[in-house]
Design a protein around this ligand. Structure first.
Ligand code: NAG
Ligand code: NAG
Length: 152
């Protein structure tokens, strides 16, 4: 009984927090972030509702001292792949728990708001690849998330 209650509560909390537990890695060399919280999504494909803003919170651990970092997003659909230009790609501007520079092993919590334009086409299997890039242009964390662009 207690076990059942615990699981039920835990399930509810997980849904509210929106932590995506089944992220895809970009490749074997670049680690995933510690966690990725996507508003309204706990498992892929994550819904991107046209005309709404999707919030992502990426928690990562600085692998070495970071004076700064940038975030890039690449959107792929079928054989088409394009850069999605974030309104503000400068990572330091969007840290919510600390400031740059980050020390080695310091936890960083990065918030990203992605407006989903209502003019976007309805696509059920859009892959978004997020990469955190250090000042030497090397990616230190990367993940792919499968999404589905849909009408409200
Ligand atoms: C991410 O980090 C923030 C700030 O430290 C924390 O409040 C939040 O709970 C973390 N999220 C997850 C899913 O660990
Ligand atoms: C981030 O991108 C800006 C604009 O492209 C560039 O000037 C800056 O050097 C980059 N910073 C890092 C840490 O890569």
């Amino acid at each position: 009984m207690l076990k059942f209650v615990f699981i039920t509560l835990f399930g509810l909390i997980a849904v509210e927090a929106g932590v995506v537990t089944d992220l895809d890695a970009c490749n074997n060399d670049t680690p995933l972030p510690d966690s990725v919280d996507v508003s309204g999504c706990t498992s892929q494909p994550c819904p991107l509702i046209k005309g709404s803003d999707v919030q992502l919170i990426l928690n990562f651990t600085a692998p070495y001292e970071l004076d700064g970092f940038n975030v890039t997003v690449r959107a792929s659909f079928s054989i088409i792949s394009i850069n999605y230009n974030l309104p503000d790609p400068v990572g330091c501007n969007n840290l919510i728990n600390t400031r740059c520079p980050l020390e080695k092993s310091e936890p960083g919590s990065y918030r990203l708001i992605m407006p989903v334009n209502s003019a976007y086409p309805t696509i059920s299997n859009l892959r978004l690849r997020f990469s955190l890039i250090d000042p030497e242009a090397k990616s230190f964390a990367c993940f792919v998330i499968r999404t589905s662009v849909m009408s409200a």
